[in-house]
Design a protein. Sequence first.
Length: 386
Amino acid sequence: MLNIADTLHRWCSEARPFALATVVDVTGSAPLPVGTSVAVDEHGNAVGSISGGCVEGAVYELCRQVLHDQGPPQRAWFGYSDDDAFAVGLTCGGELDVLVQRIDPATRPHLGAALAEVAGGRPAAVAQVVDGPDKLIGATLSILGDSWISDGSMAAGPTGQAVADRATAQLRAGRTALVWLGGDADTCPERLSVLVHVAATRPRMLIFGAVDFATALSQAGRFLGYRVTVCDARPVFATTARFPHADEVVVDWPHRYLEHTEVDSRTAVCVLTHDSKFDIPLLRQALELPVGYVGAMGSRRTHEERLRLLREAGVAQDRLARLRSPIGLDLGARMPEETAISITAEIIAHTNHGTGLPLTLGTGPIHRPGDQAVDECPAQRPLLTP
């Protein structure tokens, strides 16, 4: 639902009821991920998309029906039609499981508050129960700062706390996910499937080395939604004029800056200096941190020498295995702009567990919806039936 947060925030502020259709499960090559929503208000106004056009008409009519009937949430399944590819179905071959429910902002003030945070560019999460006891289907809970607020069905007791704890964890990880939890009388008696919608702060890209390649990479990183920092110990090169696309330019020794700055599992560290007096202390520290990606520029000869020096500095082999060097995918890149695409392509593949191979050489689904799901207890996973 956070893909349409601006409009939903306005509708909530106007106390305007609406029907919300959300993708809660994906099989095969569906065009949009779990958590994507369409909403329809009482005047027939629609916002959002869940399939890139394949099933929008059918979803729209279902939303109108749910909004008019004011009944319980409904589930709908959409898949490819072998008989008629232009019938209601996904011509890309995927399958969508969609939850449609009526939202009355007056009874869920916390939802409007969460949407206001997202619309304002601040982090928030909304947990939506998609499977479990009938009384909880469609229940929502919002994470706002260090607190959580829910509608009445989860307002008290261990169930609300368990959902809030998982939603908080997903917010910290920065990823929307379908999670399964419960079945424990002490923590969460009901067995639930919960879709946690996350709007997190922008992940960080730390670029070390104020070189021409860093100029192009900072622009590519900004385009991908990263908060980009360029750091170099040389003030003549580390200037905002040279890096207009960076969110900040820092003059400091790279390892000293990395020691004191904030990083997390989504942070990408890109070392472009290929100078051992900068690289070795920086990489020695970076490889010990819980960051998502560490890459270093240089030739294969530079890489081998770098590995030798890192071993001499005491870096263990399991840490060295985290280093992406030479940095980037083999695209035949030479120019800084091409190299920036090579580097960001590797970061995307690494983050999403992609192979980096041409799709023409692969088999099976193009998208990997399973990577979005976190299963607390696979043996007790509930069935997601339409």
